[in-house]
Design a protein around this ligand. Structure first.
Ligand code: SAM
Length: 205
């Protein structure tokens, strides 16, 4: 599964298109709106504070977090996406603050990141178990989880699992992110579900 994901995403990132289609309206070139809208909750990071970007793709959000003062570890399986992230970080003068890691998150957090602690865990349009692992094992007290994923809620029935839509395995069930927050003891600051997308902003205990 992960190897086919890698090939599929590499093909997408290597195509003439600017990147994966953005269901939140951004065709690429701008970070996801839900993360940007959480800026008020991101306290000015203490020196050395780290953020984790799971399934970072072309690195727009990793760069956005680095611009706000975080040192960012950004993980993805697709090396073509990571190459684009490296170029974006270098172009923005953020190469020293965005650390890119090629890894299959289906195997959990990469070994080289174990022991690191994060003030922010961000996962945009990614539904892997590594999100919950990061919250449980790698978040500092009071850390923020900001995450979005495709959802069955409000999705056109024809696209809910067939008809050329995403693999049903990528679609969150109704309430899935709130359940994740409850399991992990998080305080939900914002949750939205609709138009085929779910999003959560929550604070760790
Ligand atoms: C929809 S894109 C999201 C990219 C970016 N986070 C965003 O919000 O636009 C999904 C990303 O997940 C990555 N991915 C899929 N399966 C993965 C896995 N098992 N391990 C690591 N990355 C994976 C893909 O390479 C792709 O970059």
């Amino acid at each position: 599964m992960a190897e086919s994901d890698r090939a599929r995403w590499n093909a997408r990132y290597g195509s003439a298109k600017q990147g994966p289609p953005r269901s939140d309206g951004h065709p690429g070139g701008e970070p996801r709106r839900f993360l940007v809208a959480a800026e008020g909750e991101l306290a000015a990071p203490a020196p050395g504070a780290r953020a984790l970007d799971l399934a970072c793709g072309p690195g727009l959000e990793a760069c956005w977090l680095a611009e706000r003062g975080f040192t960012v570890d950004a993980v993805d399986i697709a090396d073509v996406g990571l190459a684009r992230a490296a170029a974006a970080a270098a172009e923005a003068g953020l190469g020293d603050r965005v650390h890119l890691v090629a890894a299959d998150l289906d195997d959990g957090l990469p070994a080289e990141l174990l022991g690191r602690r994060y003030a922010v865990v961000w996962a945009g349009h990614f539904r892997g178990n590594a999100v919950e692992q990061a919250v449980r094992e790698a978040a500092v007290p009071g850390a923020l989880l900001v995450t979005t994923r495709l959802s069955v809620v409000g999705r056109e029935p024809a696209l809910a699992g067939g008809g050329g839509g995403p693999d049903p395995a990528f679609l969150a069930a109704p309430g899935e992110l709130v359940e994740l927050a409850e399991r992990c003891g998080l305080t939900v600051l914002r949750h939205q579900e609709g138009d085929g997308e779910a999003a959560l902003l929550a604070r760790c205990p």
